[in-house]
Design a protein around this ligand. Structure first.
Ligand SMILES: [Zn+2]
Length: 339
C-alpha cells in the first residue's frame, strides 16, 4: 500500500501576513487546509525582517497605555485593585513592573534552559524531555503572553513556530524572501520530500516554480487573494486567503481532492512520481499542458527526469534573477521553464 502524499506548505509572509488575525490561529488554519491534500510534512515561512518587526497599531497603543500605568504605579499615584499575580508560581506583586522583572529573571530563564535542553537532545531523550516539560512550557507560554509585551513583531515568528512552522528571516532586500522560498521549494523537490506543494502567495514570480512542480508531477495548490491570477490558474487547485481565514478551505479542499479522485489521478499516480504509470489516461487539464501533440505526457516526465541528471536539456535556461549562481548552479538551471 502506498503512503499518503507528503505535503509541503510554503508561506510567503511578506505577501500574505496574518495582519490583525492572531498568527497562531492563521497558521493552524493553513495547516488544517493543507492536510486535506495529504500528510503535512513541511511547513515553511519566509519573510524579510521588516515583516517580523512590524507591530500593529493596536499593539503599539496597548504598549503605550501599559507604560503610562507603570509610571503611575511606580510613583504610587495609582494602585491596582488586586495585586498582580504570577501565573507560573503564584507570587503576587504590587506593581506590574515588579511582576515583569520577576517573570523575566526567573521564568524566562527557566524556559530558555528547557528549550536549550530539548534542542540539544536527540532521539528518545528528546521525546522524553518534551513529554517531561510539556505542561510547564505550556503554562509558561500562556503566562508569558499576558506578562511580556513582545519586543518585536508582536511575537509573529514565535507564534508561527509554536504552530509548527519553520520560520526564516531574510535580509531586507527586494525579492530576498521570494528567492529564498523558491530555492527551498526546489530543494524539497530535488530531494523528493514532497508530492504536493501548497504555496501561500499572490506573487506571480512563483509561476515558474509551480510550473516546475507540475512538470515533476507534483500536485500544486495556491492560496491567495487574487481571484483569477495567473499564479492560481497555473496551479492544480486554488483557494482564497479569505476562505482559509474563515475556515472554509477544508471543505473546499475535500471537494477538490474528490475531484482529483474522480479523474482517476489518485488511483493511477497516488500523487507520487512514477514514470512507469500510464499517465496518458489522465485528464490533460490536470497535467502539464504542452503544445506539441506527438509527445505524450509520460515521455515528457521521463525527459524532465533526464534533464535534471545531465543538466544539459534544451528545456532549461539559466535564470540569474532567481538563484545565486555561485551557490547553486544546478538549481539555477531548473527554475525557469523555457517552453
Ligand atoms: Zn512566578
Amino acid at each position: 500500500m502506498k503512503l499518503p502524499p507528503r505535503v509541503g506548505l510554503f508561506w510567503d509572509l511578506d505577501n500574505k501576513p496574518p495582519n490583525s488575525i492572531p498568527p497562531y490561529e492563521v497558521a493552524n488554519k493553513l495547516r488544517i487546509a493543507a492536510s486535506s491534500f495529504g500528510v503535512v510534512r513541511h511547513m515553511i515561512a519566509y519573510a524579510n525582517s521588516h515583516t517580523f518587526s512590524h507591530v500593529p497599531l493596536a499593539v503599539q497603543e496597548r504598549k503605550k497605555q501599559r507604560e503610562l500605568l507603570n509610571r503611575l504605579e511606580n510613583k504610587g499615584v495609582i494602585k491596582p485593585n488586586e495585586p498582580y499575580l504570577c501565573r507560573v508560581c503564584g507570587r503576587k506583586f504590587h506593581t506590574n513592573e515588579k511582576l515583569v522583572n520577576h517573570f523575566k529573571q526567573l521564568h524566562e530563564r527557566e524556559h530558555a534552559k528547557r528549550v536549550n535542553q530539548i534542542e540539544s537532545a536527540r532521539g528518545s531523550r528528546r521525546v522524553k524531555l518534551v513529554a517531561k516539560y510539556s505542561m510547564k512550557m505550556e503554562k509558561y507560554k500562556k503566562a508569558a503572553r499576558a506578562v511580556l509585551t513582545p519586543k518585536v513583531g508582536y511575537g509573529l515568528a514565535d507564534e508561527l513556530k509554536r504552530a509548527g512552522f519553520w520560520v526564516q528571516t531574510v535580509l531586507d532586500k527586494p525579492q530576498a524572501a521570494d528567492r529564498a522560498l523558491k530555492s527551498h521549494m526546489v530543494d524539497m523537490m530535488d530531494h523528493r520530500r514532497i508530492e504536493c506543494l501548497v504555496l501561500v502567495s499572490d506573487d506571480s514570480d512563483f509561476i515558474n516554480v509551480i510550473k516546475e512542480a507540475k512538470l515533476r508531477c507534483l500536485k500544486t495548490v495556491v492560496i491567495g487573494d487574487t481571484p483569477d491570477g495567473e499564479l492560481k490558474r497555473t496551479a492544480n487547485a486554488a483557494f482564497s486567503w479569505v476562505e482559509i481565514l474563515m475556515g472554509k478551505a477544508k471543505k473546499e479542499a475535500v471537494s477538490v481532492v474528490e475531484n482529483w479522485k474522480d479523474r482517476d489521478i489518485l488511483n493511477k499516480l497516488e500523487w507520487t512520481y512514477n514514470p512507469d504509470v500510464d499517465i496518458k489516461k489522465l485528464d490533460p487539464d490536470n497535467m502539464v499542458t504542452e503544445d506539441s501533440e506527438d509527445e505524450n505526457i509520460e515521455d515528457i516526465c521521463d525527459e524532465v527526469d533526464d534533464a535534471y541528471k545531465d543538466d544539459g536539456g534544451a528545456w532549461w535556461e539559466l535564470d540569474s534573477d532567481d538563484v545565486d549562481k555561485n551557490n547553486q548552479p544546478h538549481k539555477a538551471s531548473i527554475l525557469s521553464v523555457t517552453r
